[in-house]
Design a protein around this ligand. Sequence first.
Ligand SMILES: Cc1cc2nc3c(=O)[nH]c(=O)nc-3n(C[C@H](O)[C@H](O)[C@H](O)COP(=O)(O)OP(=O)(O)OC[C@H]3O[C@@H](n4cnc5c(N)ncnc54)[C@H](O)[C@@H]3O)c2cc1C
Length: 462
Amino acid sequence: MTRRERRVDVAIIGGGPVGMLLAAELALQRISVLVVETRTEPDDRPRAGTVHARSLSLLARRGFLPAARARDIVRDAGAMRRAPFQFAGMPVLSITAPAVEPAPIAGIAQARLEAAFERRARALGAEVLRGHTARAVVAEDDLVHVRVETAAGGIGEPITARYVVGADGARGLVAGCGDFPSRAVPATMNAIAGLATSLTPDIPPGWHHTPAGWTLHNPNPGGAARIIALDFSGPAATRDIPDTGEYLQRLGTVLGAPPALADISRLTRFSDYGRFRTRMRSGRLLVIGDAAHVHYPLGGQGLNTGMQDAFTLGWRLHRVLTGRSDDSLLEDWSRERVAVAEAVVANTVLQSRMMNPAMTDLRDAVVAMLGVPVVHDAVAELISGQFQAGFQHDLVVTRDDGSTRTLSELLTAGKSVAIRPDRDTPLPTEEPGCVVATGKVTPEQPWVSALVRPDGYLERTC
Ligand SMILES: Cc1cc2nc3c(=O)[nH]c(=O)nc-3n(C[C@H](O)[C@H](O)[C@H](O)COP(=O)(O)OP(=O)(O)OC[C@H]3O[C@@H](n4cnc5c(N)ncnc54)[C@H](O)[C@@H]3O)c2cc1C
């Protein structure tokens, strides 16, 4: 009997948050997309919780979060909002974002985002194959073949795609199936994160450092708190899921004595190991999210960087798949995202070194440099993802009839948006299928007319 073959434009291996978001972005562009995910249920382990300014803006552009209303944009034009943040566990940063954007920073659980992305992807027609694991990915001529195994160990229907994207995490399969060289920085410490209830005030709330390391305790009046032990005595000898005994022992090493904890659950291990792929495209294979870059979670940049990989890739794949662009567009994407990943890995390595109790001189020197406003602002923009130039902040277009549309509203459909003051002004470029908005722009911009990419960055201005 011949097995049925699934044919799609894009197969995404890995349905974590980044894979699901890319699926939603591609389905929005009406690209046929299939996600292959080992887990039968979404992953609800406590991981990312910090969503930074640029990701918040992008999420608002697609309606995952509320965007500013037209009258608020007019009222707040030019104003900035600030939020305190930490660098290397110290409260030395202040993240600034324009008041017309959602916020400088927000706490949103990774599991919530992942569930929202999956719902959106399915609603837009993406297929999600849970309980299936990709076992082989082979590129041949203009197609890529994927061999899949079911949770019961059976052979799944073979998949053939025009592009395969590896969103399959740090130890993913796809990166090993193409030419994806990497640069790595070895681990120097080990950390265990978990949920627990502290029975005594042994672990101060927030970041706390001792001569042996650091703890992070986010008290939760509604239940168990996130408590992390960061132990700088060296890297862990194993990658196994830690048990309660090791968790208490690591906390004890940092605090001087093991704390009294109850309801310990959801233990995960991480380190300051850093690695980024120096290419994120190899022919018809692409890698995004943790499959492309992993690092110390300090500053909460991992998922943020992965979400931005997805937002910047979806529309480009659409242009290439519909023949409106050649694949050099994907090469540009790879270059752009590798530079971002390199900068993120570098700042997490620096933060880890600064937190090492044996390197207090370095910590003091960097903290002193962060006192210089221009240095501080550059680091804050890097951590919050706002250092990428060319992002168009929200604005209002007021038509002749007095009706208004915000840029966030115009971008919800995932199309490019062309903006011009009146019908006599030519558009910066004729982009097929773009949304055209004609009217007075508030706040005033340094351009007369503009083409905004589906991911919110300026493509061309006049
Ligand atoms: C303690 C901790 C705190 C963190 N805090 C933050 C934070 O505050 N902010 C932030 O931005 N980031 C944070 N991060 C990082 C963030 O969690 C990761 O960057 C994020 O999970 C990456 O998402 P992803 O979709 O790329 O990969 P993953 O979440 O690893 O998902 C990969 C998926 O691929 C699937 N898969 C793998 N191989 C296959 C295969 N062969 N076939 C099918 N499916 C496969 C896996 O089952 C998994 O579901 C934190 C991480 C940790 C550990």
